[in-house]
Design a protein around this ligand. Structure first.
Ligand code: UDP
Ligand code: MG
Length: 154
């Protein structure tokens, strides 16, 4: 099944929203294949946000993402990348639709609660960036037959 990479950003830890964000993903039916806390540094952030290094806000983005440890998650499910991006909402929380994570929990364009992979290819790259192979677990959820039809979970 498809995998995607989520980062619960430092502001999410500061604001006590970790449980509510993780709860949304579990209630949706996504499987947690990996989860851990880690301190990000300039090296991993310059790689992860390579598309933004020349933008004027990059220094404040770096500082924000290093302010405290983060929680990284690998979620698994059918079409997980697209499903999680839809649950995440628009980059700017003030423009994100109500019902999305950013729309419900944030007020900022920078402090926008979570990162979520934006394509299947980037999901694969990002899971490898943040997790060692032995930190990603393969196991069966007993509720899978109630979560998916038989043709959906191949
Ligand atoms: N960001 C920002 N200002 C902007 C655009 C992006 O501070 O004008 C930050 C924000 O935290 C965002 C991250 O940079 O989540 C990565 O930007 P991207 O365009 O990849 O947005 P995302 O994929 O997170 O929605
Ligand atoms: Mg992005």
């Amino acid at each position: 099944m498809e995998k995607t990479l989520i980062i619960l950003k430092p502001g999410t830890l500061q604001r006590g929203l970790v449980g509510q964000v993780v709860d949304r993903f579990q209630r949706k039916g996504l499987k947690i294949a990996g989860i851990k806390m880690m301190q990000l540094d300039d090296n991993i952030l310059r790689e992860h946000y390579a598309h933004l290094v020349d933008r004027p806000f990059f220094p404040t983005l770096l500082a924000s993402m290093k302010a405290t440890p983060v929680i990284v998650m690998c979620l698994e499910g059918k079409d997980a990348v697209e499903v999680v991006r839809a649950m995440t909402g628009a980059t700017n929380c003030r423009k994100a639709a109500p019902g999305t994570i950013r729309g419900d929990f944030g007020m900022s364009g920078q402090e926008n609660i979570i990162h979520a992979s934006d394509s299947v290819e980037n999901g694969q790259i990002e899971v490898k960036r943040f997790f060692a192979d032995n930190e990603i677990f393969s196991y069966s959820l007993l509720v899978q037959p109630a979560t998916y039809g038989p043709d959906e979970c191949l």
